[in-house]
Each structure stands twice: as structure tokens, then as C-alpha cells.
Design a binder for this molecule. Structure first.
Ligand code: GLU
Length: 504
């Protein structure tokens, strides 16, 4: 099997293109065939080198490697012209000297008159020019387009997704294959290239279905073998309409920037229109290569659900080893353990004080955590994070000074009884000061304190959590204490007491 991905570099690699590339790649890898990359850059005005870079970069990020290419379609211009000439010589195409405006005027008149001859209008107009005259005018340098002479009959194929498909040739107009400036149209270029690259299977979006009969007719007229075709369902937004930017039809790069992992993205893209036939959702690359098949591709639209992508990404994070999570988080924070450098700050984003009162924690921006504490933090945050970007944000209270207390949480668990809370936290401070800094003694100390005072443990954990992290939610309180370490924990509790007592 020889498959290809043939993007036009008129935009970035988006979800639909990435899915087309992935399905072709999966089929090639499964069959031990070839996956060829062809850049369809014949539209000189709209093609941009930065889009080529973005497409190649997006594929590389996804781990979709190609065996041949990138081949640039524009390099095949001479062959495209030769193929058009072959069709002219064989009488399967004709020169059309009609100026565009003249054609459009005649077409509008035919539509207004309801004569129903629009599909053959170009042919009727060209018939006024004899073959000799056509030669003479071409030789004299008069510009002309080349149109394919659509034969009578029907064009059918067995679509690998949709099954039998067919078009009545009478519905297909004599389409242009070579423009008057000598450039090929999409249908000629694609057939010429797929033929030259010996492509056996063309798998692409449903939006190309109406091109397929034209392309099959061209293969046949050129005497080239016709590849198999499979058309993938459109990707829809949650509202059932064609996926738009609003729904997440962003460049693949944007998902990378949001912290989506390539394996999760590949898994998610694979399920956009394909299902393994069970309710399994987490499938590795190897699983996908083994189990993918076009027979299990949906015929109707596939719905893009961004929430599912982020859920899936969280599942991938949850399955990573502690060391790997820590390394990824370090990378996200800018290659250092703390958030002090610019890269770390950028990844972490604005502080989370939420308008709360300042914690007034002095000192350098970055708080160095030792490797064990950093790994403990990463492990504790992993189940709470759908992406590493989110994890970096959640890590902030542990790697940078507190820049405030969540105002709502402070009202709820501190300010209702300022004196009582300050007294409670003072008891916590005393208790912890004499406790060994390990999970079990810390737990025994805090639970003992709760029992002693006849309150539920939560009555202690919540005000303490706010003192330690500035937030109403965090990993388990013992994890928090161990990540921050004795000195910083005690200092933060002391500072919280001062803040609470400092009645505004
Ligand atoms: N260049 C075309 C596109 O980006 C794809 C052509 C094809 O796959 O046949 O839509």
C-alpha cells in the first residue's frame, strides 16, 4: 500500500488535516506500506513557506513520520502539462479560447432561460471552433484553457468508507484541467502526481467526494491505474455544524501550547470518526496501528469534543511515571525547579491571589524545592491536572512566594471567627513545631489535635490549607506540608496568623 497526505500550504495544520494524515499513516504502518508527504503548493498566491514549516512541524510533533517527501507539487509542472497535452492529442480534452466573461454571460443566460444545458455549455461554445482553427490559434499564441471532455455514462467506485458510490457523468461539466496561464487545476495535478507516485489508496475528507469521479475519469483517460478511494466524515462542532474556530478548529500547534501531549492528541484524533468497536477509549499508537480499519470509520460526521480531549490528556498524565511527570513539569516551568525565571513565569501565568489580601511573603521569587519535594509535588498535582500547563499553574504556590489568599475562602474559613481561627492555627503551629516532618507523625499530630478539641479534621485542614497555599483546594494536606518542608510551612502558618489578627 502506498498512501499519501497532500496538504495545501495555504494555512496551518488543523484538526481535520491532522486526522487525515493520521489515518493514512496508520494504514501505511499497519500494512508495512509507504506514507508519502506531498505539499500541494500550486496555488502560488496563497501558499506560504511558513505554512509548510507549520505543517511539517505539526506532523513531527504528533509523531507522524513520512517515508518519502515532502514532494512539492509545483515541481511537477512539466509533467502536469505533458499529461494535459496527452489528453488533447488523444481527443479526450479540448482547447477553450472563450474569454471567461463571455462564458459567464452565456452561462447566466442559459440559467435564466432554464435550458438545462449548462453542464455542456463550454463544449457547445468550443464546438464552434474547428480542430484546424484550434491548432492555428494555439500556434499563433492565443491563450486557451484545456477542458476535459467528460464522456457519457456513469462513474462508480467502491468507497472504502461509504461503499458503492456513483455519479452520472451528465452532471459533470467539462472541467478545466489546464488554465490559460499554463498551470494545472487541482484535479489534474492530483491525478498526475498520485499516478507518478504510484499511490494505491487515496484517503481524504468527504469534501473531496465530488472531485473523485472527475479524477477517476482522468486516470482512465490517461490510461493509468485507478487507486482505491476512501472518504472520511466531516468533523463537526458540538452543535452539529461544521467545525469552526469557535469549537476548537485551531492549528494543531495551539493544542501543543495548551499542554496537550502528542500521544493523547493522536488517540483523540483516531477516535474522530473511527471506533475500535468496543467502548475502549485509551489506545496507544501501537494499539491503533494494530486495530485501525477504514471499515470501522463512521459514514456520518464526527463530533469534536474538546472536553474529551482534555479528559484524555489527564488520563495520559495519570499513567505517566513520577519521574517522567516531574521532568515534564520542570520543562514546562522553564527548565528550572522554580518559577523565578521568565520562562517559568510565562508558563505559570498570572498569580492566583484572586483579589485576596496580600500574604506579604518576602524573599526571592523562586523557591528551590529539592528533587524529592519537586517529584512529590508533581505526583500530587498530576491527578488534578488535565495538562502540564494547568499543572504549572497549580504548582505556583509551592515554587513561588504566596501572593495572596483566596478572598472567598478566607471569608469562609478564617474571617467568620478571627480570634478562634488564629488560636487554632497557633495550636497547629505549636503541634507541628515538635513533630518529625514525615507523613505519619504529621498526620498523627493533626488528627490528635482535632480529637483533643473535639472537632472534625476538616475544621483544621481547611484553614491550614489556605494558610499554606493561599487556595481553598490543593493536594492532600500532608503532601502539601511535605512539599513545602518544615521551615516554609511553619513560616506560612505564622504569617497567616498575623494576617488574620491584623483586623482590617
Ligand atoms: N490538497 C488537498 C487539500 O488540502 C488534498 C487533496 C487530496 O487529498 O486529494 O484539501
Amino acid at each position: 500500500m502506498r498512501l499519501r497526505f497532500a496538504p495545501s500550504p495555504t494555512g496551518y495544520l488543523h484538526v481535520g488535516g491532522a486526522r487525515t494524515a493520521l489515518f493514512n499513516w496508520l494504514l501505511a504502518r499497519q500494512a508495512g506500506g509507504a506514507f508519502v508527504l506531498r505539499v500541494e503548493d500550486t496555488d502560488r498566491d496563497r501558499s506560504r513557506p511558513e505554512h509548510v514549516d507549520a505543517i511539517l512541524g505539526g506532523l513531527s510533533w504528533l509523531g507522524i513520520d513520512w517515508d518519502e517527501g515532502p514532494v512539492f507539487q509545483a515541481d511537477g509542472l512539466a509533467r502536469h502539462r505533458r499529461d494535459a497535452e496527452q489528453l488533447l492529442d488523444a481527443g479526450r480534452a479540448y482547447r477553450d479560447f472563450t474569454a471567461r466573461e463571455d462564458f459567464e454571460r452565456a452561462r447566466d443566460a442559459a440559467v435564466a432561460a432554464g435550458t438545462g444545458t449548462v453542464a455542456r455549455l463550454a463544449r457547445e461554445m468550443a464546438a464552434a471552433v474547428s480542430p484546424e482553427e484550434s491548432h492555428r490559434r494555439a500556434a499563433a499564441g492565443e491563450p486557451f484553457a484545456v477542458r476535459f471532455l467528460v464522456p457519457p455514462g456513469t462513474t462508480e467506485w467502491h468507497d472504502l468508507v461509504h461503499g458503492r458510490m456513483g455519479f452520472d457523468n451528465g452532471e459533470i461539466d467539462d472541467f478545466v484541467i489546464l488554465r490559460s496561464d499554463g498551470t494545472p487545476t487541482y484535479n489534474l495535478a492530483v491525478v498526475s502526481d498520485d499516478g507518478a507516485m504510484a499511490i494505491t489508496h487515496v484517503v481524504r475528507g468527504d469534501d473531496h467526494i465530488s472531485n473523485t469521479p472527475k479524477q477517476i475519469l482522468l486516470y482512465e483517460a490517461l490510461g493509468a491505474p485507478v487507486p482505491s478511494f476512501g472518504h472520511l466524515p466531516l468533523i463537526l462542532g458540538p452543535d452539529g455544524k461544521r467545525l469552526s474556530k469557535r469549537h476548537g478548529a485551531r492549528a494543531i500547534e495551539a493544542f501543543e501550547a495548551e499542554g496537550v501531549l502528542p500521544d493523547a492528541m493522536v488517540n483523540f484524533l483516531a477516535l474522530l470518526g473511527w471506533s475500535p468497536g468496543t467502548d475502549e477509549e485509551l489506545l496507544s499508537r501501537d494499539d491503533l496501528i494494530e486495530r485501525f480499519s477504514l471499515e470501522r470509520v463512521l459514514k456520518k460526521g464526527a463530533v469534536f469534543d474538546a472536553a474529551k480531549l482534555f479528559w484524555m490528556n489527564g488520563q495520559y498524565i495519570a499513567r505517566m511515571g513520577a519521574g517522567e511527570v516531574a521532568a515534564m513539569l520542570r520543562g514546562m516551568l522553564g527548565g528550572v525547579g522554580g518559577a523565578g525565571d521568565d520562562a517559568g513565569r510565562a508558563a505559570v501565568g498570572p498569580g492566583e491571589g484572586g483579589g485576596g489580601a496580600g500574604a506579604g511573603e518576602p524573599g526571592p521569587d523562586a523557591i528551590p524545592l529539592d528533587d524529592a519535594a519537586f517529584e512529590r509535588m508533581a505526583t500530587a498535582l498530576a491527578p488534578r491536572s488535565r495538562t502540564f500547563v494547568e499543572m504549572a499553574r497549580l504548582a505556583r504556590p509551592y515554587i513561588a512566594p504566596l501572593d495572596g489568599y483566596d478572598a472567598k475562602a478566607a471569608r469562609k474559613s478564617w474571617y467568620r471567627d478571627r480570634a478562634g481561627t488564629a488560636e487554632l492555627l497557633r495550636a497547629v503551629l505549636d503541634g507541628l513545631a515538635s513533630t518529625a516532618w514525615e507523613a505519619e507523625p504529621l498526620e498523627a499530630a493533626l488528627r490528635g489535635l482535632a480529637a483533643e478539641r473535639g472537632v472534625g479534621a476538616g475544621k483544621i485542614f481547611q484553614p491550614l490549607r489556605l494558610a499554606l497555599t493561599g487556595l481553598p483546594a490543593s493536594p492532600g494536606i500532608f503532601d502539601v506540608l511535605l512539599i513545602l518542608g518544615r521551615e516554609r510551612s511553619l513560616r506560612r502558618v505564622g504569617r497567616a496568623i498575623a494576617h488574620i489578627e491584623d483586623d482590617p
